[in-house]
Design a protein around this ligand. Structure first.
Ligand SMILES: *Cc1c(COP(=O)(O)O)cnc(C)c1O
Length: 296
């Protein structure tokens, strides 16, 4: 756990069904519940909380938020308390995500969808003394991107010409843009309907020099929006597992990998290209699917 991130060679040069070799960075392997990229995004915030002598971490998320579980776990590891502000009224039955967060000692506060929109007011009402260390929703921010950039130092990233990731807040993609070399291209696949704003949010985390890098968003793979799915997506997930033993989650990585498959089928990349797909984790989210939906 939390050691070297394994790389799974998926398709090799010569026999790749997608025309070019593809490897997968298995960030999901670092822990069964704590989603890969969320862990790396949190490290800078944790350091800052410790430096400021804070005893409690607080953050925001929905009932299926990987960020909520990762924060709960990180707090427990660092012997801090944690508070999760959860969007929507408390359900009769808690999601697996929230059950996991509770098990890691997080206090859950449920707020209406209307109240959830005004995070600044919530923050003042819940923590009037400003005693908590507040992490932005989804870990969005420069510190989060720094954690992804630093993660790249531990892997042979120079070996790849294209790096591909799912995009939620865009923090992970921004970290990739920051940490890669001039000849590398970063491709991001948004999983929620934020196509109008996402490029701005990514650029807000970059400096002028990083802005010049080669990066692209493939906007057509949201499958209806956040945590929405189609029968086609589920079939794709099962087929991917059966053919190459790659387990994907339906909220993020399945959509991104689907997008990458399309991209490689319609794009004629230079012959020396080699793709690294980031498996950003999130597999715990599949627990909310009816039993038997997936073959893994
Ligand atoms: C949160 C999450 C993402 C999106 O990361 P951002 O940095 O918010 O864009 C991608 N994959 C998984 C599994 C996630 O949990």
């Amino acid at each position: 756990m939390f050691s070297v991130i394994p790389i799974q060679p998926l398709f090799r040069q010569g026999d790749s069904p997608l025309g070019r070799p593809v490897d997968v960075l298995r960030m999901d392997k670092i822990h069964t519940v704590v989603s890969g990229n969320k862990w790396f995004k949190l490290s800078g915030y944790l350091q800052q909380a410790q430096q400021a002598g804070k005893k409690t971490l607080a953050t925001f998320g929905g009932a299926y938020s990987n960020h909520i579980v990762a924060t709960a776990y990180a707090a427990q590891m660092y012997k801090l308390k944690s508070v999760g502000i959860i969007r929507g009224e408390k359900p009769a039955l808690l999601s697996h995500t929230l059950q996991n967060a509770l098990a890691y000692g997080m206090e859950l506060l449920f707020v209406s969808r209307t109240d959830y929109k005004d995070k600044a007011s919530l923050q003042i009402n819940i923590d009037p003394q400003n005693a908590y260390y507040w992490i932005p929703e989804g870990g969005y921010g420069k510190l989060g991107a720094d954690g992804i950039r630093d993660m790249l130092k531990g892997i042979p990233v120079w070996d790849y010409t294209h790096l591909v990731t799912a995009v939620g807040t865009g923090t992970t993609m921004a970290g990739l843009i920051q940490g890669t070399l001039p000849y590398q291209k970063i491709i991001g696949i948004p999983v929620l309907n934020n196509q109008d704003s996402i490029m701005q949010e990514i650029k807000a985390l970059l400096n002028d020099q990083q802005m010049e890098k080669d990066f692209q968003i493939l906007p057509d793979y949201t499958f209806g929006g956040y945590a929405k799915k189609t029968a086609d997506l589920i079939t794709f997930m099962n087929q991917t597992y059966q053919s190459v033993k790659l387990p994907l989650d339906f909220v993020y990585t399945a959509k991104a990998f689907y997008g990458l498959n399309d991209y490689l089928q319609i794009t004629d990349l230079p012959t020396d290209s080699k793709v690294l797909f980031l498996h950003t984790g999130g597999l715990q989210g599949n627990q909310s699917l009816p039993a038997g939906t997936l073959c893994y």
